[in-house]
Write a protein that binds this ligand. Sequence first.
Ligand code: IVH
Length: 685
Amino acid sequence: MSASPAERAEQLRETIRAHDRRYYQDDAPTISDAEYDRLFRELVQLEEAHPELQAPDSPTQRVGAPASDAFTPVNFAVPMLSLGNAFDANEAREFDRRLCDVLGVSQCDYVAEPKFDGAAVSLLYENGKFTRGATRGDGRTGEDITANLRTVQDLPLALKAEAPARIEIRGEVVMPKSAFERMNNDLAKRGEKRFVNPRNAAAGSLRQIDPKITAKRPLSFMAYAVGAGEEQLSVRTQRELLDQLKAWGFQVSENAVLAQGIDACLAHYDQLMDARAEMEVEIDGVVYKLNALAAREEAGHLARTPRWAIAHKFPAEEVETVLQDVEYQVGRTGAVTPVARLQPVFVGGATVSNATLHNADELERKDIHIGDAVIVRRAGDVIPEVVRAIPEKRPNGAQKPEIPSECPVCGAHVARPEGEVVARCTNGLACPAQRHAALAHFVSRRAMDIDGLGDKMLTQLLARDLIHTPADIYQLKAETLRGLERMGAKSVDNLLKAIEASKDTTLARFIFALGIPDVGETTAQALAEHFGDIQSLREAALADDDTRDISPATKRFPQLTAVADVGPVVASEICDFFKEPHNQQVVEELLNAGIHWPEPKQPQGEALAGLRFVITGTLPDVSRDQAAEIIKGQGGQVSSSVSKNTDYLLAGENAGSKLEKARSLGVIVIEWDQLQEMLQAPERP
Ligand code: IVH
């Protein structure tokens, strides 16, 4: 059964939000830009075709992701807009036609400049001195990363020519390809995690808490716009603006050209596409910007994108190579993943010799044989993938790869339950591959963050039988470590210190580190906020486990599914985890080893205790995040989607689909004023 437009729109919003979090907050995207763009466009089209489905909190209405609370927020007087995309020449022409119509002219003049694949930042100069730098955040509020930006080599700390007393420069922090490759090789040598692409490396480096780490990263800044203060400049065109930026001492693209009319833009696009591979800095398209600044005002902008500019994106780079073999990797949850061993090729800014084939269904669908000529794609960001085989070039007798029935690492039975795409080794943590992956996850940066316990170190410890479970890490002694390869007194000391330091963590990190299938960082955070301690989470899981088979299905896992974003699938995984005696023991041992986290913030009041809220629309005076804080502070819960478990929908102006859904489910809808009343008086509307 296909989803209704309303359901599909909601699905798309959820999916896009999840990808936004991975991209903007975790700097670790899991899909290619092209796939993301496809999802995004489907949503835009749906919302355009069904205006009643438009929601103010839809990802289509905002830029990027909210700022994290690790950095001080910075508000932009002039919002940092995003750009609309054109995926082919026709779409670029359409953009041009609309713009010419709006301006009532027969031809528009543009500056066509490379679209840098980095992290957008805002730099404030006061009296010629760099005083504050920020990430783009959600376009209205970014994060103050001044200390980190000061370490960026070619970012002038003082302007080299006269400037208005207060001027905001905008541009992109990028990591040149060669520097990126070098840094990644170093990281790999040290057993640390590599960055997927230069953009994530740049964004990740800028959001380091310690500027000393940023300083070691080879970053560059390319300027392309002015934010606040533009009206005080005498420049009248983008071309003049770029020259002015250069005069102030900024690096400006050598490949920005004046293009009279859209045909000239498209010609420059073709040129840059050819030159792209040789460029030092990764670019993912060409931006066409109306040259005349005054006319931009006239053209205006939509919620997140200007009408006077567009990004004409390059297609993901694809190349042909030979599939030499298919091997199988066993992951943290036992999933057996086919991996393509390729004749090495250079694609999307890096040499690729392995690519994922995802799962057995994919192998079948793509009809892949060993020895095939295959097309490989790397969109510059995600793990490379095999797009398709070229059957016309298939050598005689080429074999189809088959998912093994025994685990390639431990030999245990590999099961593929009816209707599931993933085959799994059934040996759990007794399988060395699963154990290694589970430990690597446990110590990783976003989990317990044990610096110095890289892949090589883990391999050694496992090979010598020194650790089996995460809890064993906390029992390691200096004498034992001294006996290992490349472990001098200093390294031993550092590692022990890092292990000790990791004990001071947060509940969310700890839950994430446990490696429960499907419990990513966001879910771990939601569980931590909801339960406040590990004991309550465990009890809820054990109690919920008894509801697994009851009818109706909607009553299953009541405690866990009360947590925002936890559905029955995730709830079932959490139950499975906590009822396993081995896992209970490991958790116990970890706590005994001294892992601890700050006490949860006590609610300041109880006025909303036990009530479940969803917030939608634009509220007077406060943002939705602030309102959520207020509700939580009074013991209430806030989730992201309306269900029949919702007690109240707090609706502001321009509320959309959530309001409709609340009404159809009979959920009480209140306004901001009514919430205020609930906070004052215990009576409830
Ligand atoms: S102009 C309103 N110029 O692309 C215009 N942006 O998808 C805003 N970007 O947030 C930006 N190269 O991070 C502009 N030459 C360029 C760019 C560029 C890369 C990025 C920037 C922006 C994003 C929009």
